[in-house]
Design a protein. Structure first.
Length: 423
């Protein structure tokens, strides 16, 4: 009996020593993120500092790149097996980092057993699930909207528009008074989605919310009359009238934000994820506002572009998967200092834990519409990766007069069929 007790104690000591060794092993985790870095940035400054405070043996090295560079670097690193331990992924099939595409290719580590996932509803988990396993964590609700300079609107007695014609009228008043109505950084052409998806939320999707599924099933097409031709034509109107600054294709997304922050334009289409950059101090002091682009006809309700947002995933090639899971567990537990700092950036919208009573008033009009069922997801989440790139490329050609809108939708349909053929 004494030998059994002694053996048991010895095994416990060995197990404790192994755990202690694991917890004291010096680990460097890498993280690759997309977006615009700013002073006291969460992903590149706050998160690494708090991870080090909680886990002294873990050093988090985080890199944030503009979207176009992020996708290029991510693709190269994933192909070579040298990807960061933690990366930003998007729900569904959205973009080159769509979680379903990456999970299907065996490039992500399942995180189904994380306790933090219990904080999320079924929808937020489902869009990150592939064949029964969860591969990413939702970045909360994401919004695409129209940031505006409240002081400039007041100067010209403009109110927040409630329909498309009122919006165009506001743009004309601003232009006639020598102001730039809208600044966009189309050199990074992904930003075209920020306006197009807002217009789309007020288009044919209201009559046919299953349209994107029908596209994939072959029951509908991008070339159908009254669908994407209308959305693209409306957006092109803003370029044809120079309501979007003529220099947009020479500006990066970051440069466009800076021009808005400096008071050089009345509006910019952008997301809740860039709220901190939009609110940053510039050379002009003015109050910011945020409204859903009212692409609806007069007398109809405005719908918002609100979606489950992108969030972190762990790569299959990571040599420190368990350490990465510890970081994600703490990051999204609802009460940790990491979660609190994350929420306090004002960029993320959650409904649990510390975040429950922290909803930013700037986002309230969008959240109200979302809760009323008057919103649509970001459409590329339901498209095979590459369709949105084709849309941006062909729409650019249309703005320059080298393609018609019908040719843009034809290109989108051909790209869709090509991608579906190889799935």
């Amino acid at each position: 009996m004494k030998k059994i007790v002694a053996l048991s104690l010895l095994m416990m000591l060995i197990f404790s020593a192994v755990v202690l060794a694991q917890d004291s092993e010096e680990i460097t985790l890498t993280m690759l993120w997309s977006g615009t870095a700013y002073e006291n940035d969460f992903e590149t400054e706050i998160l690494p500092r708090l991870v080090k405070e909680k886990f002294p043996n873990i050093t988090l090295e985080s890199t944030k790149l503009p979207d176009d560079q992020y996708y290029t670097v991510l693709k190269t690193k994933l192909a070579s097996g040298e990807a960061a331990d933690i990366i930003l992924v998007q729900p569904g099939m959205a973009g080159a980092n769509g979680v379903l595409t990456l999970a299907e290719s065996g490039l992500l580590e399942p995180i189904t057993n994380l306790k933090a996932l219990d904080n999320f509803g079924p929808q937020a988990r489902d869009v990150y699930t592939y064949e029964g396993e969860v591969y990413g964590i939702s970045g909360g609700l994401g919004i695409l909207g129209t940031y505006y300079n409240k002081d400039m609107f007041a100067k010209y007695d403009l109110k927040v528009p409630s329909n498309w014609q009122e919006f165009l009228n506001a743009c004309k008043v601003l232009q006639d008074n020598g102001e730039i109505p809208i600044v966009m950084g189309d050199k990074d052409n992904y930003v075209m989605q920020f306006g197009l998806y807002q217009i789309g939320a007020n288009g044919h999707y209201k009559d046919n919310p299953d349209y994107d599924q029908e596209l994939v099933n072959g029951e509908s097409k991008f070339t159908d009359d009254g669908t994407w031709d209308d959305i693209l034509a409306k957006y092109k109107t803003l370029y044809d009238n120079n309501y979007i600054t003529e220099s947009s294709f020479g500006l990066s997304a970051q440069q466009a934000i800076q021009l808005f922050v400096d008071g050089n334009a009345a509006m910019i289409f952008d997301g809740s994820f860039n709220a901190s950059a939009i609110r940053a101090e510039g050379s002009a002091n003015f109050e910011r506002g945020y409204f859903p682009l009212p692409a609806n006809p007069e007398g109809e309700d405005t719908y918002a572009s609100v979606s489950i947002s992108g969030g972190p995933a762990i790569t299959a090639s990571s040599e420190h998967k368990e350490a990465a899971k510890k970081v994600l567990e703490l990051w999204f537990d609802g009460q940790s200092e990491i979660f609190k700092e994350y929420i306090d950036t004002g960029r993320f919208i959650y409904s649990y834990g510390y975040a429950a009573d922290k909803s930013d008033p700037l986002f309230k009009p969008f959240i109200d519409l979302y809760q009323e069922g008057k919103s649509f997801y970001w459409f590329n989440q339901q498209w095979p990766s590459g369709v949105n790139d084709q849309m941006q490329e062909s729409f650019t050609e249309a703005v320059y007069g080298r393609k018609t809108i019908d040719e843009v939708t034809e290109d989108m349909q051909l790209k869709l069929e090509e991608l579906l053929m190889y799935q």
